[in-house]
Design a protein around this ligand. Sequence first.
Ligand code: ZN
Ligand code: ZN
Length: 111
Amino acid sequence: MQKKFTFINESFDCDLCGHSNVPAEQTCRNHCSECLHSLHVDKNPGDRAEDCGGILEPVGVEMERGELKNLIFRCQKCGQKRKNRLALDDNREKALDLAKKQAERLARGLE
Ligand SMILES: [Zn+2]
Ligand SMILES: [Zn+2]
């Protein structure tokens, strides 16, 4: 069994926190549902065409009609920003925490 962070919609163990992720419902899982980190491996979702391979750190969220919709990631290696649909079983507390920190940064004019 290959233990790697490259996957489309299959189960994987997270390299960062060790969480065992099962395939997502309704969406392609490309980030860990526990620590919400991902890897910079796609140019377009699911294509695995990106050579960077850096860690995508969750830095914020996008809301739609008052609901959490997308996670926003920043690559620790190349600095590119990516986003991905929040999965149903993602850690909501962490996502809400990101939303809070994002709002604080915005309030202080850092973004
Ligand atoms: Zn993880
Ligand atoms: Zn990158």
